[in-house]
Design a protein around this ligand. Sequence first.
Ligand code: SF4
Length: 307
Amino acid sequence: MKELIEKINKLKQEKNAVILAHCYQNAEIDEVADFVGDSLYLSQMAAKTNASMILFAGVYFMAQTAKILCPDKKVLLPNKMAGCEMADMINLQQLREFKHKYPNIPVVCYINSTAEVKSECDICCTSSNAINIVDSLKAGKVLFLPDKNLGRWVETHLNGTQVITYDGYCPIHHNITVEDVLKTKKENPGVKLLAHPECKEEISSLADFVGSTTGIMNFVKNSPEKKFIIATEKGVVDRLKRDYPQKDFVIIKDNLICESMKLNTLEDIYHSLNNETYEIKVDKDISQKALKCIERMLDVSKTGAAK
Ligand code: SF4
């Protein structure tokens, strides 16, 4: 593995490439990554980078987002099969039908959506900033897609805004049941439950803290507690165990693994950089429209107000 890491680092220098890695990736990928984090952080890093090539160790919509933010750079996805089941739950036709059913209401799309879908939405959000983004619209009603669970959770944090959700979800987080929570809490009395807002509403309501990947990691960092129950993808738990060896982490169920995210390997990254595959391309018109949707989110994240 050491040799492969050295070869990747050498190629990175030769090609002036930067590697962005999502926290759900296999943890060894952090060894070659320049930035590791959640979707918001990685999109901010993509927008800022001076590198001429971006390799996105994540899933397809993330690499597409990097390409939209950096149209002049070469963006690579190491494994072309790495998709997102949630993002694939809504296409342009389904989005148009959803908007037609609820006309003249602002549309917020989770970053876990395709470029085509983003191109016909008003503003994008991530799980880190979803509440602020919806709130910034100052609307009585908003359409929210694709994740119904995140949309419901946002609604519970707003003062009367009605969040009309599309029927999409992340199969990994949606799979967590109340029985899983009650069983794990019983086995670990008094231990705090930290959950991702892609979990169902009944899970979020049982959690001591609900937040994005970064939110969960910061909670652990700043908490004096020594043990936590974690309800999100296993990659986050692997990194928490690595970064806080003096603390204990219990994953709420064993199979919280996004298989798509785990497709990228160090070998794939090496071949991807070496052969400059698989290059992500986005239609220019779609890209420009989707960029407005993403930039509006980045503006709100900086200033707190929608433009
Ligand atoms: S964990 Fe869920 S939302 Fe994230 S990439 Fe996998 S399927 Fe998509």
